[in-house]
Write a new protein. Structure first.
Length: 181
């Protein structure tokens, strides 16, 4: 009789554990957060205006919006071209293989073959570049090359600079300056 009771207890325990596992999987499935985009768009051409003037144009083959994520962001996974237009109508272009715009921090992460070309012949190239939209400030810890229209160049690791290329802070660089004004 004692053996019979032990078998019943073991059998009941096994059934209990199996039912708990099944319920546990259901509970995990219910609370599992799904990471799905809020929206997607192909071949976009967005124009940002201020006081009736176009300030920038964003073009990309694809845009994926994750605005309902805990830290919302918009991703441009298939290249991006941004044209910045100043008050005088001068255009600066920014291209990258990929870009992610984080809404809370207002920082844009430009990734892969990043190139900025200004209207006056300045060109900056790097593999990754961040843009702080609030402060209108670019920065990277990656290797960069900067060329000016007069043939001057700088290169090195780590740089931050103003949107208008008037203020530069470099960490480790070398180069050649041809025209001191």
């Amino acid at each position: 009789m004692k053996k019979f009771v032990e078998y019943i207890l073991v059998f009941t325990l096994i059934l209990f554990l199996q039912s708990c596992e099944s319920n546990l999987k259901d509970v995990q499935r219910i609370y599992k957060t799904s990471f799905v985009p809020t929206g997607e768009a192909d071949s976009i051409n967005l124009k940002y205006t201020d006081s009736g003037r176009v300030k920038s144009i964003v073009q990309s083959l694809k845009m994926v919006d994750y605005s309902t994520a805990k830290n919302p962001f918009v991703e441009f996974p298939k290249a991006v071209l941004v044209t910045l237009i100043d008050d005088n109508g001068n255009r600066t272009t920014v291209v990258a293989d990929k870009a992610i715009s984080y809404k809370k921090t207002e920082v844009i992460d430009l990734i892969g073959n990043v190139k900025i070309a200004t209207y006056d012949g300045k060109v900056l190239e790097t593999n990754q570049l961040y843009f702080d939209q609030k402060n209108e400030w670019f920065f990277t810890e990656e290797f960069f090359k900067f060329k000016d229209a007069d043939g001057s160049f700088l290169q090195g690791v780590g740089i931050d600079f103003s949107k208008d290329f008037k203020i530069f802070n470099m960490q480790n660089n070398n180069g050649e300056v041809n025209n001191m004004k």
